[in-house]
Write a protein that binds this ligand. Structure first.
Ligand code: CTP
Length: 392
């Protein structure tokens, strides 16, 4: 093996095909693989490698691709192989996708890979060996009803790869980016199925072979299935699309749950301070879409607010961690009935209060997690109000 081809970054390497590829890279003599993903891999998903060896030659770095902060990639500078398999989607009619899911599909599936490739592009567009593979989808190459935005994100991604491969060829560079565009992959978590890597190791091998050959497009099962699929699509896109719609419904059905984690928290946010910011930042790190309910007044706490409601909401709305602001409901449990959030966040000062004890009880059978964050010591709206009042 090429002695320089030794260190890889696998974005999405914590599960499914990304994890299988990570194992294969180690098997091919890579000395280190950086696994970057949303959650850590589960040891019991690793089937082909000795777990101790696996841990010795990998490191895990956490990222939430829908956030702006990609500085993690600044700390990974010694790689010569970049694998991007992160992404998500579900079978659903467009009217059943909510706005946050739409935004996150585009961010995760299209914008994130493009941004990461931009980060390493000086290495790709160079005369040194650099290998790169990105998970596209057959939905990036043919019409894909019930995958409207997922398909659009993959079409954008596949188009992008074709465009820059052409720039590389025109400018005389040898490195290429491989677009791997399968139909459904059995054995991965995509669309809510469990991980079973024994079903994807062969595919992982084929993907790496194509990548090392500097191919630009690899469609698994092309000769057996997808050549004729693409031909049928080209001949009559609408007819093909309608058949594909019916096929998806009969084989998979629509999945009704959005594949995003919605978080909620409420507060007064008077005299906005660092405690508020810490809470919002920590909350957003644990969900995909953060809704904040702002209390109309401080009356329920027996306090008066300094800043009018409209100004407090405007400040919270413009914090980058916040996706949506609403006027709070009298109870967070009522907000749940309207918003169906997955996580409720609050500062630890509320733990054990009558109100949160009630919520613990209310949510115990609803799958909603209540997350208490450490209360930021040293500051609070009350302290600020007191300080201002004394000065007057
Ligand atoms: N919060 C926090 N750390 C602080 C202040 C507030 O974590 N130093 C959290 C609270 O636990 C709550 C959220 O911020 O979950 C919004 O609280 P809010 O009532 O606006 O903040 P306070 O500054 O505590 O307001 P007050 O002093 O008026 O009670």
């Amino acid at each position: 093996m090429d002695s320089k081809r030794k260190r890889a970054l696998v974005l999405g390497g914590n599960s499914g095909i990304g994890l299988a590829i990570t194992e294969k890279l180690l098997g091919k003599g890579y000395e280190h693989v950086y696994i970057v993903g949303k959650d850590e891999y589960r040891d019991d998903n690793i089937q082909n490698s000795d777990i101790e060896e696996f841990k010795k030659h990998t490191s895990f770095l956490k990222i939430n691709l829908i956030l702006e902060d990609y500085s993690i990639f600044d700390s990974i500078s010694d790689i010569d192989t970049l694998i991007i398999t992160a992404g998500f989607g579900r079978v659903a009619a467009f009217e059943n996708l909510n706005e946050s899911e739409i935004t996150n599909l585009i961010k995760c599936n299209m914008l994130a890979p493009i941004r990461v490739i931009k980060h390493y592009y000086d290495r790709i567009k160079s005369n040194d060996d650099f290998y790169c593979m990105v998970m596209g989808s057959i939905a990036g190459h043919v019409v894909s009803p019930l995958f409207s935005v997922y398909g659009a994100s993959k079409q954008g991604l596949c188009g992008f790869i074709e465009n820059i491969n052409t720039e590389l060829a025109h400018d005389g560079f040898k490195n290429r980016i491989l677009d791997v565009s399968p139909g459904s992959i059995k054995g991965t978590n995509f669309n809510g199925q469990g991980n079973n890597l024994s079903l994807v190791y062969d595919l992982a091998d084929e993907i790496l072979d194509n990548m090392f050959l500097r191919k630009t497009v690899y469609i698994p099962k092309y000769d057996e299935i997808y050549k004729s699929v693409i031909d049928r699509y080209r001949k009559d896109p609408e007819k093909y699309g309608i058949e594909s719609y019916d096929y998806k419904i009969s084989t998979r059905g629509e999945s009704s749950k959005p594949q995003i984690v919605i978080g909620y928290l409420s507060g007064t946010f008077d005299l906005f301070h660092i405690g508020h910011l810490n809470l919002l930042k920590r909350a957003k790190a644990m969900c995909d879409y953060l809704i904040v309910g702002v209390h109309k007044s401080g009356a329920w706490k027996g306090k008066e607010t300094f800043i009018p409601f409209e100004e407090r909401t405007e400040i919270v709305r413009n914090i980058k961690y916040v996706d949506q602001v609403i006027e709070s409901f009298p109870e967070d449990s009522m907000a749940y009935d309207a918003l169906h959030y997955d996580k409720l966040f609050v500062g630890s000062d509320y733990k054990g209060t009558e109100r949160f004890n009630r919520y613990e009880e209310y949510f115990s059978d609803k799958g909603v997690e209540i997350v208490y964050f450490p209360y930021t010591q040293g500051t609070s709206s009350t302290k600020l109000r007191d300080a201002i009042t004394k000065k007057k």
